[in-house]
Design a protein around this ligand. Structure first.
Ligand code: NAP
Length: 262
């Protein structure tokens, strides 16, 4: 079976760089019309130029999804530009690392509430189209205790549960809802690329914790998004899939699990 998204209308939040950009580009490369958003206009414009090379319709809207009205405005703009919506990818994150008011606010407002609001705005259009697919980008942090990033991990865990509940709630409307939980993903200008310089010990510890001995790439997350959104994933709903080269398994078993037997 071949994966093609020709004529499909895809909306990706937080897609000016990193994982969101790769997901948007992967859908565009398979023929989809794609709408993207981010706060920074220059990065967004550059990403839209790349999308346009694939020949489909594109829409890019600078917005801050932490603002309560922004998710619905973005979906409305995307629907008007693309003439509908078949697939929604909730990717943007507030990256709320610190256990303080601003860390929790960022995680709740962007990772959780923007996902809820964008989903609510998209559902009527998917219903009109006879069905759809929603993909929520969580993290393997949502599957384990992470004292270093309490708000981020707790809210990514909330997304796992939200994905299950919505998978069930939206089945009668023929809307599948799934999640992807990436492990540590590295790309130029991304969080792990930056940590290589700002916190080399954490970078090395994290690298050592990945059984495959390398970080993942945004393209490896995008491939799973395409699979889940395609007919190949037609019987999958309510699931959040770890895409991490075994990083989560190793962290639950202990570092010795990846050492050669002595
Ligand atoms: P990233 O490099 O920080 O990119 C995030 C994207 O979202 C950017 O385009 C950013 O553009 C946009 N964005 C951020 N806040 C926004 C807001 N309030 N409103 C609108 N757009 C916003 O992130 P990433 O590393 O690619 O991660 C993408 C997703 O994967 C996130 O949900 C993250 O939690 C998850 N994840 C990543 C990793 C990893 O190792 N990278 C691991 C596990 C899970 P602007 O800054 O211009 O707004």
């Amino acid at each position: 079976m071949q994966i093609s998204f020709k004529g499909k209308k895809v909306v990706v939040t937080g897609a000016s760089r990193g994982i969101g950009r790769s997901i948007a580009l992967a859908f565009a490369a398979e023929g989809a019309d794609v709408a993207i958003c981010a706060r920074g206009a220059p990065g967004l414009e550059a990403a839209e130029v790349e999308l346009k090379r694939h020949g489909g319709t594109t829409f890019a809207m600078p917005c801050d999804l932490a603002e309560a009205s922004a998710p619905a405005s973005f979906v409305a703009g995307a629907v008007s530009a693309l003439d509908g919506i078949d697939i929604l990818v909730n990717n943007a994150s507030g990256i709320g690392m610190r256990d303080d008011e601003s860390g929790w606010r960022a995680s709740i407002d962007v990772d959780l509430m923007a996902t809820v609001r964008t989903t609510q705005a998209a559902i009527p259009f998917m219903e009109k189209a006879g069905g759809g697919v929603i993909i929520n980008i969580s993290s393997i942090s949502g599957f384990r205790a992470v004292p270093r990033t309490l708000p981020y991990a707790a809210i990514k865990a909330a997304l796992v549960n939200y994905t299950m509940g919505q998978g069930l709630a939206l089945a009668p409307k023929r809307i599948r809802v799934n999640g992807i939980a990436p492990g540590s993903i590295e790309f130029p200008g991304g969080v792990w690329d930056n940590r290589k310089a700002s916190d080399p010990q954490l970078y090395q510890r994290t690298l050592d914790s990945i059984p495959w001995g390398r970080f993942g790439t945004p393209e490896e997350i995008a491939k799973v998004a395409l699979f889940l959104a395609s007919e190949m994933g037609s019987w999958i709903t309510g699931q959040t899939i770890a895409v991490d080269g075994g990083q989560l398994l190793a962290s639950k078993t202990g570092p010795s699990a990846t050492l050669p037997a002595s």
